[in-house]
Design a protein around this ligand. Structure first.
Ligand code: AMP
Length: 116
């Protein structure tokens, strides 16, 4: 199997660099984005390195569903009762800058649409 290159997010998982971690379980970890685009901006990532959604495998299906349930749980924890947005940037045109799948959870203000 080919080696998947690691990113800064693997270092966060291993606690090699600091992050404001708000949730963790055996499959996923979530931490506050270092450059928040909304009052609440949290990244939910799998511990397994999947570079991007388009490279996820058939047997990642349960893990992908789990990440959404983690978002739901954190949104409740953060009291985002008025709503929130979940974003996955994929690849160059999607604006992805870190090659480790991550779900952006954004909330705490009214969010515009469409995105830029
Ligand atoms: P994307 O552009 O979708 O790949 O999102 C990557 C996100 O990771 C950006 O919103 C960055 O602000 C965020 N980010 C990069 N490095 C860190 C870090 N060390 N801690 C927390 N968030 C980070």
């Amino acid at each position: 199997m080919s080696q998947v290159p690691e990113t800064i997010f693997s270092k966060i998982i291993r606690r090699e660099i600091p992050a404001d971690i708000v949730y963790e379980d055996e499959l996923a970890i979530a931490f506050r984005d270092i450059s928040p685009q909304a009052p609440i901006h949290i990244l939910v990532i799998p511990k397994k390195v999947i570079p991007r959604l388009s490279e996820s495998a058939a047997d990642d299906q349960a893990l992908l569903g789990h990440l959404l349930k983690v978002v739901q749980q954190i949104a409740a924890q953060e009291k985002l009762d008025k709503g929130f947005r979940v974003v996955i940037n994929n690849g160059e045109d999607g604006g992805q800058t870190v090659d480790h799948l991550h779900l952006h959870l954004l909330g705490g203000r009214s969010l515009g649409w469409p995105p830029g």
